[in-house]
Design a protein. Structure first.
Length: 144
């Protein structure tokens, strides 16, 4: 079964984790311009979900919410019916209520609106001492 991680990463943290998950095909969402202040970014690379039954969607938190590029990408998807989706976000601030949890919820809501089923959700605090454990625990979920 083909498995994919579809992700956005502006400064490389999210991508760094994606690169450690080699059993998934890594597909990057690429905007024309990476400036996070652009309210309606043009996406030049918009990965296809067709053909993947298991998809992880990953994004950084920007301004206490989902990075606009990833929001726009998720909202553009047609149908996720029959696919299992997991989500992870990376963020900087020390508390999950400073964006991590609400961003996961925001992604879940969009995915469910496309008939997708969300399974695992992980919020990774980049500045936490527990960061590495959090990442290895998440990756361990995918070891057969
Ligand atoms: C424009 C911008 C806004 C951000 N806003 C938040 C925020 O609201 N909460 C937070 O915890 N981290 C915030 N961060 C930090 C990033 O979420 C964090 O560094 C993340 O790991 C970056 O992922 P990336 O390297 O894959 O882009 C922000 C970063 C940027 C560039």
């Amino acid at each position: 079964m083909e498995k994919a991680i579809i992700y956005y990463s502006k400064t490389g943290n999210t991508e760094n984790i994606v690169k450690r998950m080699s059993s998934f095909k890594a597909l990057k969402v690429v905007p024309e311009n990476d400036n996070p202040n652009i309210q309606n970014p043009v996406i030049v690379d918009s990965p296809e979900v067709k053909g993947y039954q298991e998809i992880i969607f990953a994004s950084p938190v920007h301004g206490f919410q989902l990075a606009i590029v990833m929001r726009k990408y998720l909202e553009s998807l047609d149908d996720l019916n029959g696919k299992t989706s997991d989500i992870f976000v990376t963020h900087h601030f020390p508390f999950v209520w400073m964006g991590g949890n609400s961003t996961l919820k925001q992604m879940k809501t969009i995915i469910e609106s496309k008939n997708g089923q969300v399974r695992h959700m992980t919020s990774i605090n980049w500045t936490s001492k527990k960061r590495e454990k959090c990442i290895t625990d998440m990756i361990a979920q995918y070891q057969d």
